[in-house]
Design a protein around this ligand. Structure first.
Ligand SMILES: NC(=O)c1ccc[n+]([C@@H]2O[C@H](COP(=O)([O-])OP(=O)(O)OC[C@H]3O[C@@H](n4cnc5c(N)ncnc54)[C@H](OP(=O)(O)O)[C@@H]3O)[C@@H](O)[C@H]2O)c1
Length: 330
């Protein structure tokens, strides 16, 4: 089978798309024919082995498996003899933030792992794009206690995490303000956000509005800069460690001091996130934003694009049709 491989940690130019032995499912495993998988920011970490501590989960000193990937959507092609929950022909999707050999034509995966049925009417691309960023968005949101009047600002609503976060917050009935580049303001409004601040024209930290929560989904701001727009007991959450890994120690110091504080969530419980997002997909309350797709052979190009930090929502490796397509008008 064809697979996107790297034998050592490094940059996208290490990726080789080549022939690799097709996996044989064990008794509790399902052989999945992969139809779509995303290239996301976690994949970039799995590729580069950075931050370094990540290598203890993904493989040290070398990657545990040469095949890249973290998420997938596909069809059960074969099931091991002890598999009970899935059958041949089931459409399935899943995710593991410590890496999965999913950027390949086939992958074997345990039935009790992070595996779900794709809801009716959801494409393989949409299913694959509903995993990674949505999981992190859910983990940020569940760390905060909301009241019915809580006001939230999402910085970087065009990113994978940001575009998932605004949809989940709106589904939960929160009042959301977001930031995005002016060329994407309309797109974020179409997700249901009433007020979008174009970050290239206005500094959101100078707004006269006040918020109970600032979710810095792209990690481009800081607690210090956001303090003036936070209410007295307001919370700043960031997807990044920040300068001098400040978002690791600020949660402690700010909680001792009282008042405005920082939360840095460590994402857990992928199964719960997938189950939650599946309910939203079925209810029509969540649709992942798709930026573009690449055929598997262009995995190196896809990683280079994603690593630049400019993607809008999600980038797909399309193994169903092998198509290179742009879904977001530039
Ligand atoms: N903590 C965790 O567990 C965890 C897990 C995964 C990822 N991350 C981190 O979380 C961050 C977001 O990940 P992601 O997948 O959502 O990223 P992404 O999809 O690559 O999003 C980046 C987006 O941010 C926009 N952007 C760039 N500069 C901006 C600014 N100054 N203000 C507002 N928007 C801006 C970009 O669009 P334009 O350039 O067109 O504006 C782009 O749409 C990354 O830094 C990633 O490393 C953290």
């Amino acid at each position: 089978m064809q697979a996107a491989l790297r034998y050592h940690y490094g940059s996208p130019d290490r990726i080789l798309v080549t022939d690799y032995p097709k996996p044989v499912p064990k008794e509790y495993e399902i052989l999945i024919k992969i139809k779509a998988t995303t290239v996301n920011r976690t994949d970039c970490g799995v590729l580069s082995g950075s931050p370094y501590i990540f290598r203890f989960f993904v493989g040290w000193p070398h990657p545990r498996t040469p095949i890249l990937g973290t998420d997938f959507a596909g069809v059960a092609e074969e099931v091991g003899k002890k598999v009970t929950k899935f059958k041949v022909g089931d459409k399935v999707w899943g995710f593991d933030d410590n890496g999965l050999p999913s950027q390949a034509e086939f992958m074997a995966y345990r039935e009790d792992a992070n595996l779900m049925l794709i809801p009716e009417g959801i494409s393989f691309k949409e299913a694959a794009a509903s995993a990674e960023a949505a999981h992190y968005a859910i983990n940020f949101i569940k760390k905060v206690t909301f009241t019915p009047t809580s006001r939230v600002l999402v910085n970087g609503a065009t990113g994978g995490i940001g575009s998932a976060a605004v949809q989940i917050l709106l589904h939960e009935g929160r009042e959301v303000t977001a930031t995005a580049h002016s060329k994407h303001v309309q797109m974020i409004k179409e997700l249901g956000v009433k007020k979008v601040i174009p970050y290239d024209k206005e500094d959101f930290t100078k707004t006269t509005d006040r918020f109970d929560i600032v979710l810095d989904a792209v990690g481009k701001s800081t607690f210090e800069k956001c303090k003036p727009i936070l209410n007295e007991k307001g919370v700043y959450l960031s997807s990044e460690l920040g300068d001098g890994i400040e978002n690791l120690y600020l949660p402690l110091t700010t909680s001792i001091r009282g008042g405005k504080r920082v939360i840095f969530p460590l994402p857990t419980d992928i199964k719960a996130s997938l189950a939650y997002i599946q309910r939203l997909l079925i209810a029509g309350s969540f649709r992942p934003v798709l930026d573009r797709s690449y055929p598997l052979e262009k995995a190196m190009e896809a990683y280079t694009y994603v690593a630049a930090g400019k993607k809008i929502g999600n980038v797909i490796l399309d193994l169903e049709n092998g198509k290179e397509e742009v879904f977001i008008p530039s």
